[in-house]
Design a protein around this ligand. Structure first.
Ligand code: UT7
Length: 333
C-alpha cells in the first residue's frame, strides 16, 4: 500500500474590512509612510474594530468557507487545531470556542502557541494525525487579532501588525501529494526579544501592569530581524537540500509576512525569482499565525496539483522552520 500523506484539500481565509493605512498611523505616532514602506514593505493592515469580536470570529468564516466548498457537515470534523497568540480568552482554548460556533460537535480541538510559526507547527501536528491513520480529517487554522495586543502609542510595533485568519483542511492522500517534510525549531532564549510582559502566571494582570502598558506585544525589532533573516533562510535552504530540490523544482515560496526584507533574503538564499514568492505584506502587514494559510487562500486559483511549495516562518519563542508540500488539487476540479 502506498504511503499515506496529509493533503491540503481546501483553504479558507478572512480579513476584517477596516483598513489602517500608513497615513492614518502618521496621525497616531511619530512615523511616516516612506519609513514604513521602505523598512517593512507594509502599506496598510486590516483591523477588527468591533469590540465584541475576537479571534474566533475571524476563524469561523475562514473555516465555514472550507465546509461549504467541501460540502462537509461540521459534525464530520474530527479535530481542530488553532494556532494563535491572541486567544479569545486565556482559557478555554479558542479552538474549543470555534468548534462550538461551527457546530463541530464530534471533534476534539486545542490551541497551539508558536507565534508567527504557529501555522507551520500546527500543520505538522495535524499532518501527523492523518499520516498515523488515526484521523480522516483535521482542520488547521491560523488566526490572530493582533490589534488586541498592539500598543498604538509604540511606533516600533504598531506599524507592523494586522488581523486575519487562514484555514486549511487536511485529508489523507496516497498519490504522493501533501505535506512531505518539515524542519521545525525553537529557542526559548529568544523570549527576551519578543514577548508580552504581563497577563501570564509570571506577572498576572494588576493595576500596575496595566499602568505600565505591559499587556502589549514587546519586540526588540533589530535583534529579532537578525535571527529571523538567518533562521528562515537556513530552514528553507536545508529543506531544499535534504529533499534534493532545486530552485527550478519549486513553484512557490510561501513566507511568513513579517518584513519584505526578510522575505527577499529567504527567496535569494533559495535562488527563487520574485514571481515565485507569495507576497501580500503590503496589504495586510504581519498577521502572525494567519499569514501563511491566508496566502495559500489568496493564491489558491494559481496553484496546480503537484506544485512543490515551501512554507517558511520565523517568530516569537523563538520559533522557526520550513515545510515542503506538494499541492493536491487544481482549483477548477
Ligand atoms: O513576525 C515575528 C518576527 N518579527 C520580525 O521578524 C520583525 C523583525 N524586525 C523588523 O522587521 C525590523 O527590525 C523593524 C521593521 C521592526 C524595524 O526596522 P529596523 O530597520 O530594524 O529599524 P530600527 O528598529 O533599527 O530603527 C531604526 C530607526 C531608529 O531611529 P534611530 O535610533 O536610528 O534614530 C528608530 O527609532 O528608525 C526609528 N523607528 C522609526 N521611525 C519612523 C522605529 N520605528 C519607526 C517608525 N517610524 N515606525
Amino acid at each position: 500500500m502506498s504511503k499515506v500523506t496529509a493533503a491540503i484539500t481546501a483553504v479558507g481565509g478572512y480579513v476584517p474590512e477596516y483598513r489602517l493605512t500608513n497615513k492614518e498611523l502618521e496621525t497616531m505616532v511619530d512615523t511616516n509612510d516612506e519609513w514604513i514602506r521602505t523598512r517593512t514593505g507594509i502599506e496598510e493592515r486590516r483591523i477588527l474594530k468591533d469590540p465584541g469580536k475576537a479571534s474566533s470570529d475571524m476563524a469561523v468564516p475562514a473555516i465555514e468557507a472550507i465546509l461549504r466548498k467541501k460540502n462537509l457537515d461540521p459534525k464530520e470534523i474530527e479535530c481542530i487545531i488553532c494556532a494563535t497568540v491572541t486567544p479569545d480568552l486565556v482559557f478555554p482554548a479558542t479552538a474549543n470556542i470555534i468548534s462550538a460556533k461551527i457546530g463541530a460537535t464530534n471533534s476534539w480541538s486545542f490551541d497551539l502557541n508558536a507565534a508567527c510559526s504557529g501555522f507551520l507547527f500546527a500543520l505538522t501536528t495535524g499532518a501527523s494525525f492523518i499520516e498515523s491513520g488515526r484521523y480522516k480529517n483535521v482542520l488547521v487554522v491560523g488566526v490572530d487579532k493582533m490589534s488586541a495586543i498592539v500598543d498604538y502609542t509604540d511606533r516600533n510595533t504598531c506599524i507592523l501588525f494586522g488581523d486575519a485568519a487562514g484555514a486549511v483542511l487536511l485529508e489523507p492522500a496516497t498519490d504522493g501529494t501533501g505535506v512531505l517534510d518539515s524542519i521545525l525549531k525553537t529557542d526559548g532564549k529568544g523570549c527576551e526579544f519578543l514577548h508580552m510582559k504581563a497577563g501570564g502566571s509570571l506577572k498576572p494582570a494588576s493595576i500596575e501592569t496595566v499602568a505600565a502598558r505591559e499587556h502589549y506585544a514587546y519586540q526588540e525589532g533589530k535583534a529579532v530581524f537578525k535571527f529571523a533573516v538567518v533562521g528562515m533562510a537556513d530552514a528553507s535552504a536545508e529543506i531544499m537540500e535534504r529533499n534534493n530540490l532545486t530552485a527550478d523544482d519549486i513553484a512557490w515560496l510561501v513566507p511568513h509576512q513579517a518584513n519584505l526584507r526578510i522575505i527577499d533574503a529567504t527567496a535569494n538564499r533559495m535562488g527563487l525569482p520574485k514571481e515565485k514568492v507569495m507576497i501580500n505584506i503590503q496589504r495586510y502587514g504581519n498577521t502572525t499565525a494567519a499569514t501563511i494559510p491566508f496566502c495559500l487562500w489568496e493564491w489558491e486559483c494559481q496553484l496546480k496539483k503537484g506544485d512543490n511549495i515551501v512554507l517558511a516562518a520565523f517568530g516569537g519563542g523563538f520559533t522557526w522552520g520550513a515545510t515542503w508540500l506538494k499541492w493536491s488539487y487544481d482549483t477548477n476540479e
